[in-house]
Design a protein around this ligand. Structure first.
Ligand SMILES: O=P(O)(O)OC[C@H]1O[C@H](OP(=O)(O)OP(=O)(O)O)[C@H](O)[C@@H]1O
Ligand SMILES: Nc1ncnc2[nH]cnc12
Length: 176
C-alpha cells in the first residue's frame, strides 16, 4: 500500500478520561506498531518539511523521540533530544511549562545546537502548545533558528498553534 492511501486517523486509538477525567487521549501506539503506516507517516512529514532546509531536528521526550529521530534520518540530518529536567548528563539549559494535564520542566544540552542552525521541532502531538513553546525558547537561547514544527497530530480545539507565531507548522492529522 502506498502512503497516500492511508487514513492515518484509523490508526489512532482515542481513550476517554486518560490520564484525567475529561481528557480524550490520542494513543499513537496503534499507529507505531504497524511498520508500513509508521514509515508512511514519517515519509509524509519528511516531504512536507523538506523545503525548509533543516540542519537538525529537535524533539521532546518521550513521544517526540519516536517521531523526531526517524524524521531526522529521513531528512538526512541529526537529532537533538529535548528531555525532562534531570535526565541529560552534560551542561544544560532548562525552562518550565504547563501541560494539558500537569506541569513539567524541559532541558537541552548547551552544545546540542550550534548558533545559526535551522531547527525543525518534531513531536507526536500539539495540544496547548506549552511543550513546543518551551522547546522554541530553549532552541532560541542556544542561538538556533526555529525553521518549522511538525506533528503527527494537532488538537486544534486547544489552539496551541497560536503560541507558535511565525513558525511554519505541519500536522499530519487534525482533530477539531
Ligand atoms: O501541546 P502540549 O499541551 O504541551 O502537549 C503536548 C505534549 O504532551 C505530550 O507529552 P508528555 O509531556 O505527556 O510526555 P510523554 O511524551 O513522555 O508522554 C505530547 O507527547 C506532547 O509532547
Ligand atoms: N489529549 C492528548 N492525547 C495524547 N497526548 C496528549 N498530550 C497532551 N494532550 C494529549
Amino acid at each position: 500500500m502506498t502512503s497516500s492511501t492511508y487514513n492515518f486517523k484509523d490508526y489512532i486509538r482515542v481513550i476517554s478520561d486518560f490520564p484525567q477525567p475529561g481528557i480524550r487521549f490520542k494513543d499513537i501506539t496503534t499507529l507505531l506498531k504497524d511498520g508500513d503506516v509508521y514509515r508512511a507517516a514519517i515519509e509524509q512529514m519528511r516531504a512536507a518539511v523538506e523545503h525548509l532546509k533543516i540542519d537538525v531536528v529537535a524533539g521532546p521526550e518521550a513521544r517526540g523521540f519516536v517521531v523526531g529521530a526517524p524524521l531526522a534520518l529521513a531528512l538526512g540530518v541529526g537529532f537533538a533530544p529535548i528531555r525532562k529536567s534531570g535526565k541529560l548528563p552534560g551542561a544544560t539549559i532548562t525552562a518550565s511549562y504547563d501541560l494539558e494535564y500537569g506541569k513539567d520542566q524541559l532541558a537541552m544540552h548547551t552544545d546540542s545546537i550550534s548558533p545559526g542552525q535551522r531547527v525543525l521541532i518534531a513531536d507526536d502531538l500539539l495540544a496547548t502548545g506549552g511543550t513546543i513553546a518551551t522547546s522554541i525558547n530553549l532552541i532560541k537561547q542556544l542561538g538556533g533558528e526555529v525553521a518549522g514544527a511538525a506533528f503527527l497530530i494537532e488538537l486544534a480545539y486547544l489552539t496551541g498553534r497560536s503560541k507558535l507565531d511565525g513558525v511554519d507548522i505541519f500536522s499530519l492529522m487534525t482533530y477539531e
